[in-house]
Design a protein around this ligand. Structure first.
Ligand code: BJW
Length: 238
């Protein structure tokens, strides 16, 4: 990246591709989650209203799978960047897994929610999930048996949008890692960043729907591209 020494504030958007090498399915790749499950059935409020058991089972299954995977070299590299970079690093993730946290990063915004959290439809409080939601555990706050996964479905407003746009306004560099650029508003961040005069870099397995918007686009596995890029940043910023 040009002018790396002048970069003080980095906003990083991550998507399912960063967790692929940990063994978590992406959504839109061949054999991905949307080939295995109908997106309208499992990732919309309407699908949940039609068949809550199906949706709760889908998220219980994905939460259980999380216990069998570990952060990979890309998560580790971003945690190292956060710890060692002289400026600010913010990770905005679309992922509902906790692999960034488990790698040691701490400045993370989960814009599409988290598998480990439940949202009570009765009192609107969030709580950590202790038992499978399909078993209809009571809300620890109000005791109603009305918990849903604390994730953002199509047609719902993603979380933390004000903080994300504020961070983009302060950024010098926006980096997108492992996301297809198919889902808004995250897919629009690169254009928002460019309109604000921010440098933009994409690290993805292949060309994404938004590749042409980036100043630079590198293609390959996140487990290789991200550690190499982090080396570059840390090497030129000291
Ligand atoms: C690797 C790799 C390796 C693989 N290394 N890379 C028309 C225009 C604009 C917007 C819309 C529109 N029509 C509808 C909308 C809105 C809609 C939307 O964007 N729809 C699109 C389908 C067009 N968006 C919404 O509804 C959002 N809300 C919203 O807009 O609110 C405003 C509003 C609300 C109400 C009224 C009015 C306005 C909400 C979107 C919620 C998305 N939710 C999900 C599920 C979350 C919970 C869960 O996990 O189950 O979020 S869907 C799914 O897609 C998930 C992901 O976070 C998201 C993005 O997927 P991601 O991460 O990009 O994964 P993939 O699989 O697509 O891509 C992986 C990439 O990695 C690929 O490129 C691979 O090549 C790459 N890769 N291996 C590096 N080893």
């Amino acid at each position: 990246m040009a002018r790396m020494a002048q970069i003080r504030n980095i906003v990083i958007l991550t998507g399912a591709g960063i967790s692929a090498e940990s063994g978590i399915d992406t959504f839109r790749s061949a054999g991905g989650l949307w080939e295995q499950h109908n997106v309208e059935d499992v990732a919309t409020p309407e699908g949940f209203a039609r068949d809550p058991d199906l949706v709760l089972g889908f998220y219980d299954m994905r939460r259980a799978a999380l216990t069998k995977v570990r952060p990979n070299r890309a998560h580790d590299a971003l945690a190292r960047l956060e710890a060692e970079f002289a400026g600010e690093v913010l990770i905005v993730t679309q992922n509902v897994d906790d692999l960034h946290e488990r790698a040691g990063a701490s400045r993370i915004l989960h814009m599409h929610g988290q598998l480990g959290s439940a949202l009570c439809l009765a009192c609107e409080m969030r709580s950590p999930i202790e038992t499978a939601l399909a078993e209809r555990p009571p809300c620890p706050v109000c005791q109603a048996r009305s918990l849903r996964p604390d994730v953002v479905w199509f047609g719902e407003m993603p979380y933390q949008m004000e903080r994300i746009y504020a961070a983009l306004r302060e950024a010098d560099l926006f980096v997108s890692i492992g996301t297809s650029g198919a889902v808004y508003p995250a897919a629009g961040f690169v254009r928002d960043a460019r309109n604000l005069g921010v440098q933009t870099l994409e690290l993805n397995l292949e060309r994404s729907e938004g590749s042409h918007w980036f100043h630079e686009s590198r293609h390959g596995k996140a487990g290789e591209l991200v550690p190499a890029w982090v080396e570059e940043v840390l090497g030129s910023s000291t």
